[in-house]
Ligand binder design. Structure first.
Ligand SMILES: Cc1cc2nc3c(=O)[nH]c(=O)nc-3n(C[C@H](O)[C@H](O)[C@H](O)COP(=O)(O)OP(=O)(O)OC[C@H]3O[C@@H](n4cnc5c(N)ncnc54)[C@H](O)[C@@H]3O)c2cc1C
Length: 432
């Protein structure tokens, strides 16, 4: 039998002082309730924890930030990767090697020292590995492509032991891990390609509630013909009337248009001008270092309880925009954060080595997210919206499905994954 005492990092059991802190994450709904938490500090620790779980017939979950926690673990072993947060940049090869628990903020900062940027998203505190296993749509995604497209290698611990996975060594596993990779093992490190971007032109423009329908119509036209160095999205929500909310947003329904352009500022300004002319906006765009790109989204830093889903759209039919605003807009019975991302560009091109990203040619992503209120009202409303846009929906992307219900309602099937799961995890130890 494998002794859990062989791990170098701390081990926590219910009742231990550090136990509640290890379970805390960004998502506060449905926390894990394991019998044991292993605070892994190395791939060896991860291996000991996995072998212990296999020997004792217990399920294993892995968590970094808790941003993407789905169904909670009941009993079993939680491997907390937070202590494994090393980053090494190879500026010549333009590659970052990151450990299991590294968050994007560390990679963004380390890469920027060499004038490079990773395919990071709107939340600097999200974990690189969890994000990339689900595909990963970054702030500059139309130019950089899916994060999983940029993965060079993956170190994985399975129930049979460690393996270094590359396109040459293990093409099927390498494909499935990049886009549908959760629940097959524990990734202990990853190598990801960086891009030579040091500055961007961008920011967020605010649009008041009465102009939001016109904004969506104008956005549809504007995004029909843009170079891929211009990435944009819209987020619309009723901002709470609370002191921590900036005064111009407090208690109002406002849409934010987020812009990130990697070309010269003058070109960015020229490209955005038609949208600015179409609807009244407030706010300014300007040049900023790529280290500040995530600020354009201004995600809430405070942990909270949320649920949400998405639709990868084949086209942005006006009926989709009407359904989005009619069902989940300012008059929705449940507070909804609506999101609309312009995809395309590099996101639509096939990667050098095939991966498991589905519907990559979808030109738009519709997102909806609500706070968990203890009822099934948010889930019902999200389903109503997803049903209404079903005629234009190609499928869903894993990363923007949040909460227990989302994973149950819409499983994502990828060719070859079920066979790999049966082979790598025959006892079904890894909890997805
Ligand atoms: C505010 C916010 C902003 C976001 N912005 C973006 C965005 O711009 N683009 C985008 O694509 N996504 C975005 N996401 C979604 C995010 O990428 C996913 O939720 C992702 O799962 C987060 O990974 P994590 O490791 O931080 O989360 P965790 O909750 O810690 O992990 C999520 C899951 O990933 C798996 N996992 C994590 N680490 C490992 C590992 N080492 N080995 C094996 N499996 C592992 C596990 O299955 C785990 O349950 C955002 C989410 C939030 C809440």
């Amino acid at each position: 039998m494998n002794a859990i005492e062989n791990v170098t990092g701390p081990v926590f059991r219910p009742g231990d002082d550090g136990f509640p802190g290890e379970l805390a994450g960004y998502q506060v709904a449905h926390p894990h309730r394991p019998d044991l938490v292993v605070g892994a500090t190395s791939a060896d620790d991860v291996m000991v924890a996995v072998r212990y779980a296999v020997d004792h017939g217990q399920p294993v979950a892995v968590e970094t930030s808790g941003h993407g926690r789905g169904e909670p673990l009941r009993g079993g072993v939680l491997i907390s990767t937070r202590r494994m947060d090393g980053v090494r940049i190879d500026p010549v090869a333009r590659v970052a090697r990151v450990e299991a628990g590294t968050r994007w903020a560390r990679v963004v900062a380390a890469a920027a020292e060499h004038g490079l940027t990773p395919p990071s998203g709107s939340s600097p505190e999200a974990g690189v590995v969890g994000y990339t296993l689900g595909g990963g749509i970054g702030v500059l995604a139309r130019e950089l492509g899916w994060a999983s497209d940029r993965v060079r290698s993956i170190d994985l611990v399975t129930t049979a032991g460690p393996r270094h996975v590359t396109a040459d060594s293990d093409p099927v596993l390498f494909r499935v891990l990049r886009g549908a990779g959760q629940g097959l093992g524990v990734v202990t490190a990853m190598e990801i390609e960086l891009a030579p971007v040091g500055r961007i032109y961008g920011g967020a423009l605010s649009v008041a509630a009465e102009h939001v329908p016109a904004l969506l119509a104008a956005y549809r036209e504007w995004t029909a013909d843009l170079p891929e160095r211009l990435a944009s999205s819209i987020g619309a929500l009723p901002y709470p009337d609370l002191p921590m909310v900036p005064e111009h947003l407090r208690g109002r329904y406002v849409a934010q248009v987020r812009i990130a352009h990697t070309g010269p500022a003058a070109e960015g300004e020229r490209l955005v001008a038609p949208l600015r002319a179409a609807v009244p906006t407030t706010g300014t765009l300007g040049e900023l270092p790529s280290t500040r790109a995530a600020e354009i989204f201004n995600e809430p830093p405070t942990p909270h309880a949320y649920t949400g889903t998405n639709a990868m759209l084949r086209e942005l039919d006006p009926a989709v925009l009407d359904a989005a605003l009619g069902i989940a807009g300012p008059d929705a019975p449940v507070m909804c954060v609506l999101g609309l991302r312009h995809l395309g560009g590099a996101l639509a091109r096939p990667p050098a080595a095939p991966d498991a990203v589905a519907h990559r040619d979808a030109p738009y992503l519709l997102q909806v997210l609500s706070l968990v209120d203890g009822t099934d009202a948010p889930g019902r409303l999200h389903r109503e919206l997803m049903d209404a846009v079903a005629p234009w929906t190609a499928g869903r992307t894993p990363n923007f499905r949040f909460g227990e219900q989302a994973a149950k309602d819409w499983p994502i099937e990828v060719p070859g994954r079920a066979e790999l799961k049966a082979d790598l995890d025959p006892k079904g130890v890894f909890h997805a």
